[in-house]
Design a protein around this ligand. Structure first.
Ligand SMILES: Cc1cc2nc3c(=O)[nH]c(=O)nc-3n(C[C@H](O)[C@H](O)[C@H](O)COP(=O)(O)O)c2cc1C
Length: 321
């Protein structure tokens, strides 16, 4: 499939994950062979106020193209201005969030609240498309709840105003992350529009992606939770789709080495206090399935310095070595 002038084949995207897909994690995914990554969602208002924390989220320096930045907001003009600012920070694609279910986002009319106001959703997409020269994409859910599925209506409206690609997370807002993603809606949306449709929801092993494409005809897949502590899932899934063969899972040694590199990046980009704090959750994800994981988890949560964190992760490495 094509996105603007980018030829992406059948892409496997790392999903936007707030609090997770920061620069350190995106670089980690790319370091193990991932190709297509997404930023966390970024507030249009915060960006237009030049909030310093928000500007840091837009450090895309050295990252491969296409650099996809996700924005959330509710006012078309502010979204358009924020999109231009993101492009100034070297974004190559602007993605619009129409799926975040969090109450603090929805109460401002942002994220999945737009599923209840399709004219506004369309106006936002239209304003961004008119303002920028780069491809504009949108990530949606199916609707607010089972009684109000709007995915097809919304997809048609977005295509109409010039959106280049659509990602469908096949859940409703009321579902949050519970239950199953209903992939059949991805198939129905794909049938109704001619822009590329990316399927999203419940891909946890590479074979899931193959089934998702087979069942829906979608043009690519997006993976979120499956990549937590498991950045290899992105390139292993891409490899399976491209060559039809399954790469083996990384050994514990490689997992810990990559976790340590991930930690170094967090320290570099976020400093010691925030870097250590954020590494605790990543480290717990990285050790999933390791022997005595429960005990290690407690040790990780109690680390008080980068040295202590490195020492726990290195010990796991030595124990298996
Ligand atoms: C911790 C977390 C943070 C998320 N942050 C975002 C976000 O910033 N923007 C967005 O569009 N979706 C966000 N999502 C939703 C994911 O991108 C994805 O649509 C969802 O997790 C379903 O895919 P999965 O089943 O592969 O996890 C988030 C999900 C999780 C679990």
């Amino acid at each position: 499939m094509k996105l603007g002038h980018y030829e992406l084949g059948v892409p496997v995207f790392l999903a936007p994950l707030a609090g997770v897909t920061d620069k350190a994690f995106r670089e980690t995914v790319c370091s193990v062979g991932g190709e297509y990554v997404w930023t966390e969602m970024i507030s249009d208002k915060a960006l237009t106020y030049q909030n310093s924390r928000t500007l840091k989220m837009l450090d895309l320096c050295g990252e491969p193209e296409p650099r996809i930045v996700q924005l959330f907001g509710t006012d078309p003009e502010t979204m358009a201005r924020a999109a231009l600012l993101a492009i100034d920070c070297s974004a190559n694609v602007i993605d619009i969030n129409m799926g975040c279910p969090a109450q603090k986002v929805v109460k401002n009319g942002e994220g999945s609240a737009l599923l209840k106001d399709l004219p506004r959703a369309q106006a936002i997409a239209s304003a961004v498309v008119r303002a920028v020269k780069v491809p504009v994409t949108v990530k949606i859910r199916l609707g607010w709840n089972d009684d109000e599925i709007v995915a097809i209506d919304l997809a048609r409206r977005l295509e109409c105003v010039g959106v280049n690609m659509l990602t469908v997370h096949a859940r409703t807002r009321e579902q949050f992350y519970s239950g199953h993603a209903d992939w059949d809606w991805i198939r129905r949306v794909k049938k109704e529009v001619s822009i590329p449709v990316i399927g999203n929801g419940d891909v946890f092993i590479p074979a899931d992606a193959g089934r998702l494409i087979e069942q829906t005809g979608c043009d690519g897949v997006m993976i979120g939770r499956g990549a937590l502590g498991n950045p290899w899932l992105i390139p292993r899934t891409q490899h399976l789709l491209k060559y039809g063969t399954l790469l083996s899972e990384p050994l514990i040694e490689e997992r810990m080495q990559v976790a340590l590199q991930h930690f170094d990046r967090l320290l570099r980009y976020k400093g010691e206090r925030i870097g250590l704090n954020e590494m605790r959750k990543h480290a717990v994800w990285y050790i999933k399935g390791v022997r005595k994981a429960a005990q290690l988890r407690d040790e990780i949560m109690q680390t008080r310095s980068p040295e202590e964190m490195r020492s726990v992760l290195s010990r796991i490495l030595q124990d298996v070595g």
